[in-house]
Design a protein around this ligand. Structure first.
Ligand code: G3P
Ligand code: MG
Length: 225
């Protein structure tokens, strides 16, 4: 099975990481939706890619220096507000799987704690995937949660990264497309890791990844590939 994962929602057509973008991705019949999580100053988990609000909103400054009320006032594109992670989980509501990427410091602990609450309400571990480039956040996540599937994101030292992925009992290793080479993909498969590649936005690249044996791709336009 070749997974199509909506990267930051349907981010080619809608403002990335907004409820509008996730709603649109749900209509694209994807295998999974990806979002990025940060902690703000007042402790809420919010969904944004960068450390600062500068690129995607009409504000300026670091997310961890802003209260949730301050963040909520910003325009996150087309009049959207920066969503809380909980808003995204409840919007998707198990219609498809949600891949939460741990971005800022402290998110490993915070996301693990939040997911325990959803598991207590009947959600299943297979409703989520948690991923990160940060070994520190993945370790913190695993100290609390040993069951949710984890993806280790990488952009360098790709063969060395396989060992860390196994150590934390990852489900997948997720390389940048420029590192998605046959030898690496086969090595990851031999030790039982799935390989999900980012970011794949053309049919040609998707076809190439499929022929290399990749298990899925993150795309800004999953409806076009
Ligand atoms: O999870 C794939 C992708 O989201 C990783 O990179 O920078 O878009 O979060 P980035
Ligand atoms: Mg991401």
């Amino acid at each position: 099975m070749f997974l199509k994962i909506a990267h930051r929602g349907a981010s080619k057509k809608e403002p990335e990481n907004t409820l509008r973008s996730f709603r649109r991705a749900l209509r694209m019949n994807v295998s999974m939706i990806e979002c990025d999580a940060h902690l703000c100053k007042t402790g809420e988990l919010v969904v944004m890619h960068d450390n600062t609000v500068d690129r995607t909103t009409n504000g300026k400054g670091k997310i961890h220096n802003k209260t949730f009320d301050e963040l909520r006032k910003l325009d996150d594109g087309m009049g959207e507000h920066i969503p809380k992670l909980q808003d995204v989980i409840e919007l998707i509501n198990r219609e498809t799987r949600l891949n939460i990427e741990l971005k800022g410091r402290g998110t490993g602990w915070a996301v693990a704690t939040m997911l325990q609450m959803y598991y207590g309400m009947g959600w299943r571990h297979s409703d989520f995937v948690v991923s990160s480039f940060s070994r520190r956040e993945l370790r913190a996540f695993r100290r609390i949660d040993t069951k949710t599937p984890v993806g280790y994101l990488i952009y360098a030292n790709i063969f060395g990264s396989i060992h860390f992925a196994k150590k934390i009992n990852a489900h997948s290793i997720n390389p940048n497309i420029k590192h998605a080479k046959k030898r690496f993909i086969d090595r990851a498969h031999r030790i039982g890791l799935k390989v999900y590649v980012y970011t794949v936005d053309t049919k040609e690249d998707a076809q190439k990844m499929k022929s290399l044996g990749v298990d899925g791709v993150f795309s800004d336009c999953p409806d076009e590939i």
